[in-house]
Design a protein around this ligand. Sequence first.
Ligand SMILES: Cc1cc2nc3c(=O)[nH]c(=O)nc-3n(C[C@H](O)[C@H](O)[C@H](O)COP(=O)(O)OP(=O)(O)OC[C@H]3O[C@@H](n4cnc5c(N)ncnc54)[C@H](O)[C@@H]3O)c2cc1C
Ligand code: FES
Length: 258
Amino acid sequence: MFLANAKVDSVTQIGTNVFLLKLQSEKIAKNAKPGQFVNIKVSKSSFPLLRRPFSICDVEEDYFTIMFTTIGEGTAALRQKQKGESVDVMGPLGNGFSLGGNYEKAVIVAGGIGAAPFPFLINELEKMGKEIFSFSGGRTKNDCITYEMKNVSSATDDGSFGFKGNVVELLSSKIDPPEAGKNNKIKIFGCGPKAMLKSLQQFCLENNIEAEISTESSMACGFGICQGCPVESATDKNKFLLVCKDGPVFNVKDIELS
Ligand SMILES: Cc1cc2nc3c(=O)[nH]c(=O)nc-3n(C[C@H](O)[C@H](O)[C@H](O)COP(=O)(O)OP(=O)(O)OC[C@H]3O[C@@H](n4cnc5c(N)ncnc54)[C@H](O)[C@@H]3O)c2cc1C
Ligand code: FES
């Protein structure tokens, strides 16, 4: 983990309220793994604003990118960043996805801004020769983010784009669950809102499909000190795992999503 003064290269709008912030920090870019995140001090002046966590969306040489939607004060401040400005960034943080295994097909399942960690993951999986299929879901067409995804199928709750329904319903209509659960030929990587992750977790557990999900929680420190980001362990009811340190990526078998 490094504390870096990352230089803003660009802020680009890629969708309705979806932005990419490209930052230069050799230390963070060179040490990042797909699924890890950075904790950004969004504004120099606005004490007591905490840092805000964002998935590392992609890396290229000394640069890394985050993808964000504006929600409140912190993300609004990020949107206003100017080229050349310095941003105080802590990272890379968290564990990241496990890429190893015998699976041939990698299946990406993203809900809304849950698409953020996948460009980096997809690049690495492609280098490993995995076949990639992506499923992107959102409430409406504008919430369905497909940036840098491969072989994409989309689902919207209102039917304004692609399949009408949620992204897990779409996934289950496209893959043959008993076949997918056999021989460990498929691995699912999911990220999105909690309700989507719960339903994806249930689908994978019922059909014995290998899967990892990237979870979210409110965070303060971002590296295991404040105990502010607990998630219940599925194997030991008396134990809590920390999203920032033990996650944000978990095997679907390991956590209880409340
Ligand atoms: C590990 C991790 C990775 C993340 N990666 C990304 C990412 O790649 N891109 C991205 O856009 N966001 C990501 N998030 C969420 C992001 O950190 C929050 O959206 C951000 O902190 C909001 O800050 P803000 O100051 O704009 O809003 P705040 O002022 O903090 O919040 C404004 C309002 O929105 C609510 N709110 C805050 N966060 C969320 C949320 N995630 N969903 C719904 N309501 C919320 C608050 O309760 C409050 O009511 C990630 C979170 C975690 C824990
Ligand atoms: S955010 Fe402090 S322990 Fe996780």
